[in-house]
Design a protein around this ligand. Structure first.
Ligand SMILES: Cc1cc2nc3c(=O)[nH]c(=O)nc-3n(C[C@H](O)[C@H](O)[C@H](O)COP(=O)(O)OP(=O)(O)OC[C@H]3O[C@@H](n4cnc5c(N)ncnc54)[C@H](O)[C@@H]3O)c2cc1C
Ligand code: SF4
Length: 458
């Protein structure tokens, strides 16, 4: 009956309360037992058949590494050997600002083109046989899948960020254990694979390198239909091509329609879609940078770099081997400038705070209604004002996510909404800046002992 208990755990703790991170691990590790199925609230697993005794080893792995149950980041990060400690960025060896020296890589990139530079180097150095990356399916619009490839041209073309909840771990069983892979994912995918590598080292040693994107917010699939409706277009099928970060950094959302018309909206304008479509998973995780990766990469936001333009990445190396690879790349192929932790934190102060303090407050609230993901750190002393700010954030998201509200706003022109959202965002940032930054500078964490930590420690 153990298999039934394990299945119940996944449904009762994760899927039914809406704590699924849409990662696809349950499909990727089982044999035709789960399948990811699309829904308005992102892809979610469904059962394809009844479980049996033979499923137990797979189910144990899934229960162990399901992001919807949370990760003991503090405990697990100690399993990775690093020189420096940080409970905010995750432990690390070195931090840089970087950009590719190749126009081909940098012009089409999300930020500095660093992810694809590292992937190409790992393949060329024969450190890995294949890269696992997210890409749009051929001739399909807004339909993404993991691509396992060693073709440099394909890696080069799979650039830019995809802001849509998408499974990435649903093909893990299909990887050949005799080959070596580098895997690119969001923090939850990386934490899931890392926890598997720690618990079952032999079974997952073929996944040699873990590259994490920074991830602040992600959106449910309806966001683009909503944007199109705001431009008088009723059907996603009218899209010929979509880019989320097209052109000069930070890039635009650019949609080419089949009637040859082009729609575009600046990155900071299309952030107006976030309150309407933000995924619950990114509200209930404290991991912004991908703390259990070998290397994490995000946008290097700073007035100076934004003024220079062309795209810059912030890079956190957490592995000796990655340090060497970055140094080799730094000789010719990428431009690297070491920075300290303080500078890296200041580039993303708002989002780090949103994750490290905000997620804790949101989870506290959800705990009253049912199971929540469990983590092993909590912030000490959160001010009343910060709690009040969280109350307003929650209210905005709750209101905006209602179908009736979405339906009303979907008919408002997207440029207008984007413009107003940008103004509101600036005002909001100013009002909350002192409280939020004060919170971040003084932040202290307390260790929590819970069932999840016991599972990882055994
Ligand atoms: C949902 C999401 C939220 C993000 N939030 C932030 C943020 O708040 N702050 C910040 O600084 N950076 C954020 N990023 C990361 C940032 O957008 C860039 O991806 C990062 O700076 C790397 O840029 P690059 O030029 O080195 O990547 P590129 O060289 O352009 O390569 C991009 C790589 O990312 C992969 N990729 C794209 N989308 C996804 C996805 N959804 N899941 C897995 N892999 C993907 C591609 O396959 C490709 O390999 C986010 C990215 C995503 C997808
Ligand atoms: S978070 Fe991932 S492993 Fe957990 S239920 Fe959702 S898809 Fe499955």
């Amino acid at each position: 009956m153990e298999h039934k208990i394990l299945i119940k755990k996944i449904f009762n703790e994760v899927i039914n309360p809406g704590n699924c991170f849409h990662c696809g691990l349950c499909q990727g590790l089982s044999k035709n037992l789960f399948k990811m199925s699309n829904s308005d609230k992102g892809p979610t697993p469904i059962l394809l058949r009844k479980s049996n005794k033979k499923d137990i080893p797979d189910l144990k792995k899934i229960v162990h590494s399901c992001p919807g149950r949370g990760f003991s980041f503090n405990f697990l990060s100690k399993k990775i050997k690093t020189k420096k400690k940080s409970k905010i960025l995750g432990n690390y060896n070195s931090i840089y600002i970087g950009s590719s020296n190749s126009d081909l890589l940098r012009n089409k990139a999300s930020s500095g083109g660093i992810i694809r530079s590292v992937l190409i180097e790992l393949i060329k150095m024969k450190e890995v046989d294949y890269a696992c990356i997210l890409d749009e399916k051929k001739n399909k619009i807004l339909d993404f899948d993991i691509l396992v490839t060693n073709k440099l041209e394909k890696i080069l073309n799979a650039s830019q960020s995809i802001y849509q909840t998408t499974p990435l771990l649903h093909k893990l069983n299909k990887l050949n254990k005799k080959k070596r892979y580098v895997f690119v994912g969001l923090p939850e995918h990386i934490a899931s694979i890392r926890s598997l590598k720690i618990k079952y080292p032999k079974d997952f040693e073929h996944i040699k390198y873990l590259i994490s994107l920074y991830s602040g917010t992600n959106m449910y699939p309806g966001a683009i239909s909503f944007y199109l409706r705001g431009n008088g277009i009723k059907n996603n099928k009218d899209i010929k091509k979509i880019n989320w970060r097209y052109g000069e950094w930070p890039g635009k959302l650019r949609i080419i329609l089949k009637n040859k018309k082009t729609l575009s909206l600046k990155k900071f304008y299309y952030n107006y879609l976030i309150p309407f479509f933000i995924s619950k998973s990114c509200l209930i995780t404290p991991d912004f940078t991908g703390e259990l990766s070998d290397i994490s990469i995000g946008d290097a936001w700073s007035p100076k770099l934004e003024g220079i333009g062309h795209g810059f990445s912030v890079i956190i190396s957490r592995s000796k081997k990655i340090d060497l690879i970055l140094r080799a790349l730094g000789k010719k192929k990428i431009n690297l400038e070491p920075i300290d932790q303080k500078k890296a934190i200041s580039m993303h102060a708002h989002m780090i705070e949103f994750k490290k303090i905000g997620s804790y407050l949101r989870i506290e609230k959800l705990k009253k209604k049912g199971p929540v993901p469990l983590y092993d750190l909590k912030p000490k002393n959160i001010s009343l004002l910060r709690r009040l700010i969280e109350f307003f954030i929650g209210l905005i998201i709750l209101t905006a996510s209602k179908n009736s509200v979405k339906s009303f706003f979907s008919f408002v022109n997207s440029n207008l909404l984007g413009f107003f959202f940008q103004i509101l965002r600036q005002i909001w940032k100013k009002i909350t800046k002192t409280t939020k930054r004060k919170g971040l500078n003084k932040i202290k964490f307390i260790k929590i002992k819970n069932e999840r930590l016991r599972e990882f420690s055994n």
